[in-house]
Design a protein around this ligand. Sequence first.
Ligand code: NI
Length: 195
Amino acid sequence: MILPILAYGHPVLKSKAKNITHDYKNLTQIIDNMWETMYNANGVGLAAPQVGLSIRLFIIDTKPFSDDETIVKDERSKLKSFKKVFINPEILDQHGDAWDFNEGCLSIPDVRADIKRSKSIFIKYCDINFKEEIAEFDGLIARVVQHEYDHIEGILFTDKLSSLKRKLMRRKLLDISRGKISTDYIMKFSKNKIK
Ligand code: NI
């Protein structure tokens, strides 16, 4: 089932999400719905808060990046098969030179900005069977993981912009929060107006 994606300004997107246990109600169904929702919106990642659930869960499938010829071939083949569910993740370490990449977010349609993120990360997480894993990721995969991880911390990429850049985007962000936006996927907007 395709779920509505919360738009910028919705309070759930600003909340720090909570860990879950293996018996969390309807977890398999929730994850299935998240995949369907993400693919329908042509995203490469989706975090549970974006579908209104303040839990520490996100999914990533970087396959769409594998067609991008501006990315080196070696990395593209990694991106092609990277598909993962992250439950209760914890970033243990971020390292390597920070680099800029033009990011977008399904909760902030038609807005993109260059965001600096660490090159590599160590992350601990549970897979779909609640088996604990520790992994190191780098490059674009590390970037997508960091973007989704921010979502479960209640942080959006626009929070990382300078106040000047955010000021320049203010009108656009207000419009998104008020539903003055057209997308080819269903969105849900906050009832409270943001300032
Ligand atoms: Ni996002």
